[in-house]
Ligand binder design. Structure first.
Ligand code: ADP
Ligand code: ASP
Ligand code: MG
Length: 438
């Protein structure tokens, strides 16, 4: 069985949903994981903000506007009257529910239920369309099997048991449709896997059923060697290893959710990235195969804060670093990069929610400096120890850009550099011109 995930742009209109139906009707048994139609989750986030600021009338207007857009989709998507009616009834049900949140004080549980509406609608649209086409299919609700535990990690045992139970409830069906992104929390309430989380859903579903392959269908023909949003001349990469793809996704390559590679890697399931608009293009295959000594790609992660912790006397004393790390651990804040000298240690974080408390605690032991608006540039490949040229090439290319930190040797896959976010676009372009042959 395969898992195919289609992102927001792949289901962004009635016509696109019909295209997806064409792609999935090839007779190969599969689970199709869907995102919300493009723009919907952003729009729901705007509604959430209005409701938190008690601008309920504006929220009602926005909900009604979205419903009008969806009515057009329903009209264009279905040709049989019975399905047009089913589609409209579906809209009434979901939009009445959304409107009910505008009548009272808004809670975090309602926020999550509201954000789940995009995936619930897109998956039902495709399911009804397949039914209209006479395809033997079943809709399996993610809220019946996808769950995170108290530490917000996927509850793999629960997911597997419940997903298999859902599948077994439909003997003879070989084409299943389900929602990405949405899940339940440890207490059974609706939650989600964070923005872009449908990739993660697909990977968790793939691992749970022991899929032959996980396919991520999007609006570009696979993983590119650089960020196509900022660099013009990029090309798609034929093959990546799990570790390379994980590094790139973690360090900003938006094509994959940062956590989505690990479940596939642990279960050794190949991940194929494909373009919904150009299904004939080869795309990218991610496996455990390693190709040595090559620079594969560059990615950039914004929103980074650098914290320099200086302590002339105590740093060399053992136990100091432990104290520093314990503070970040106390506030559940992961560290991305780290460099040390005799008197200082610099770390970077991308989640600055608890920065104030972290700084208060650090200042008990050390002098602290903070730099915000930083970007990590990450060069990924499989660098052999004797591949001396790579680090030189990277540093030489960036000679005109101030580099705040460098991390090399942490793994054989990654050279990370910290720069000001204002230098990001030029750094990505310079590296593109200097590291890749065209
Ligand atoms: P989806 O809605 O299908 O999940 P996303 O917008 O999340 O799609 O991801 C696809 C987008 O990721 C591409 O359109 C592209 O702009 C962006 N992207 C960023 N870095 C890369 C990269 N290295 N390779 C391919 N796409 C990338
Ligand atoms: N719809 C969600 C989002 O926009 C999840 C996803 O698309 O992967 O973040
Ligand atoms: Mg995405």
């Amino acid at each position: 069985m395969r898992v195919l995930k289609f992102g927001g742009t792949s289901v962004g209109s009635a016509e696109k949903i019909q295209q997806v139906a064409e792609i999935i009707k090839d007779g190969v048994p599969k689970i199709v994981v869907l995102s919300a139609m493009s723009g919907t989750t952003n729009y729901l986030v705007e509604i959430v903000k209005l409701l938190y600021s008690v601008k309920n009338d504006e929220a009602v207007n926005k909900i009604n506007y979205l419903k009008e857009q969806y009515k057009t989709v329903v009209n264009e998507l279905y040709s049989i009257e019975e399905f047009k009616i089913k589609g409209q009834e579906l809209l009434n049900q979901h939009f009445d529910y959304m409107i009910s949140f505008t009548r009272d004080l808004f809670t975090v549980y309602e926020e999550r239920a509201l954000l789940a509406q995009g995936e619930l609608l897109s998956s039902a649209f495709l399911f009804y369309y397949l039914q209209e086409q006479g395809v033997n299919t079943a809709l399996i609700p993610a809220l019946n099997y996808m769950r995170i535990d108290k530490s917000l990690e996927p509850d793999e045992f629960y997911i597997k048991q419940n997903l298999l139970r859902e599948i077994e409830a439909h003997p003879g069906v070989e084409l299943f449709v389900t929602q990405g992104y949405i899940c339940r929390d440890a207490y059974g309430e609706i939650d989600n896997l964070k923005r872009g989380g449908s990739d993660y859903s697909a990977s968790l579903v793939g691992a749970a059923i022991g899929a032959d392959e996980i396919q991520i269908w999007t609006d570009i023909s696979g993983f590119h060697n650089n960020d196509p949003r900022y660099v013009k001349k990029t090309h798609s990469i034929k093959e990546l290893s799990f570790d390379e793809a994980a590094e790139l996704a973690y360090f900003g390559a938006k094509i994959l959710h940062p956590s989505s590679v690990l479940p596939a890697k642990n279960a050794n399931i190949p991940v194929r990235l494909k373009n919904t608009m150009k299904p004939e293009d080869e795309g990218t295959l991610i496996t455990d195969k390693i190709i040595q000594g090559e620079i594969k790609a560059v990615a950039a992660k914004d929103g980074i804060t650098a914290v320099k912790i200086k302590s002339g006397r105590m740093l060399l004393a053992y136990g100091f670093l432990r104290q520093v790390f314990e503070i970040f651990e106390r506030y559940r804040t992961p560290i991305d990069m780290i460099t040390t000298s005799e008197i200082a240690v610099s770390v970077t974080i991308d989640d600055s929610t608890n920065l104030k408390d972290i700084l208060t605690d650090l200042k008990k032991y050390a002098l602290v400096e903070v730099d915000e608006n930083q970007t990590i540039i990450c060069v990924v490949g499989n660098f052999l120890a004797d591949e001396k040229g790579i680090i030189l090439k990277v540093i030489d290319a960036l000679k005109d850009i101030p580099i705040r930190m460098i991390s090399y040797g942490g793994s054989v896959h990654n050279i990370s550099l910290l720069i000001n976010t204002t230098d990001k676009i030029s750094a990505l372009n310079i590296l593109n011109d200097n590291l890749f042959k065209y």
